[in-house]
Design a protein around this ligand. Sequence first.
Ligand code: ATP
Ligand code: MG
Length: 422
Amino acid sequence: MNKIQKPKGTLDILPSDIGLWQYIEGEVRNIAKIYGFSEIRMPTFESTELFCRGVGDTTDVVGKEMYTFIDKDGSSLSLRPEGTAGVARSVIENGLYAGAMPLKLFYLSNFFRREKPQAGRSREFWQFGTELYGSNMPEADAQVIMLADSLFKRFGLKNVTLRINSIGCPECRPSYRKALLDYFSQYESELCPTCRERLQKNPLRVLDCKSPICSGIADKAPKTLEHLCNGCEEHFEKLKKLLDDCGVEYIVDPSIVRGLDYYTGTVFEFTVDTIGAQSTVCGGGRYDGLLSSIGGPEMPAVGFGMGITRLIQALKDEDLVPNLESSSDIYIAPLGENASSFAFSLAQKLRNMGISAETDICGRSLKAQMKYADKTGAKFVLVIGDNEIAENEAELRNMRNGERAKICLNAETIMTSIKTEV
Ligand code: ATP
Ligand code: MG
């Protein structure tokens, strides 16, 4: 029979990798707590309209990459391609904006985009994301940037670069948009078909195009920073000062414009050069108009999304994956039927005390059991036969250092002697 394979662009996270995922998730939760962000979990699918209005239908994410389906009642639903729109919907629907402000939320979720799978890019992927609502101050931007920065530092990553930019607000964007349109129109015939199409609708998108010809032309395009209004300029200067004061290094990079429509003002990315073409591990910025665009009150917001698989690659490249053991504390190897039931209940007594204990449940020979204990990395092994049961004593082997010691076959005694070692 044909083997069934996982869908293209998806990922099996196997037991051999799960320790690393859990370590990352643990650090993410720690840093979120340190900065006072609470976890939120949203539905895996939402109404398609939420993403069309919230993220914008001129974006690749919504225009081309979304998994959309018609439900049995005729409504259009989409698997979430990102987290910000869903959180915004939830903030409105649950009236969270009426609570303590600023509202600081984070999520650790999977997202879905029908992209061309390649290193650092899959169709189902995971993000750690933050959303800070209720402050239009540069301090709020600095806070979310510093949260991401602290997380990278906690992991010990050295090759991470923070790039910041400002893409202006509804006041200064129109003049910049016009300058961009004038500039790109000169090269219209050279642009890729997608960019030619989006030029009129959203010329900022051209700055984000990955095709070498478009990005070559975009290199010399007018820079947003030269078109900022006073308010946006002041905001950006203050952000830089806050980062300087806290010793957070960054570079101002006018090519950062981000791929989603909702951004206004500050935008930023953290990039890692070692991980290849998909070098952005974290991207974010301010989206002051998002909440009102999907039916909520006017409320400023800032946040980011961090790609977990790209983060993992960065950790591997810098050799920062900790030695994570998931092996059992003790393997009890019985010899014979009597010993087998004795071992079975001894293992259970130990588990009830919080020790991870294993014993034979396959009816294997002692040799095969020892092989299993070795393969799975059990820290201690206790071999029990009829003689040991009669004497109420057996040899406890420390598999890490080879030491052997006689021990009374009593669960408390065993627990005490292995607890001092593990
Ligand atoms: P890119 O330019 O790499 O496509 P993006 O602008 O689409 O990124 P965002 O939507 O801002 O990315 O998502 C934030 C982060 O989530 C990215 O910086 C990246 O680390 C991660 N990410 C986005 N899309 C994918 C994907 N298809 N596979 C793996 N990680 C992804
Ligand atoms: Mg993308």
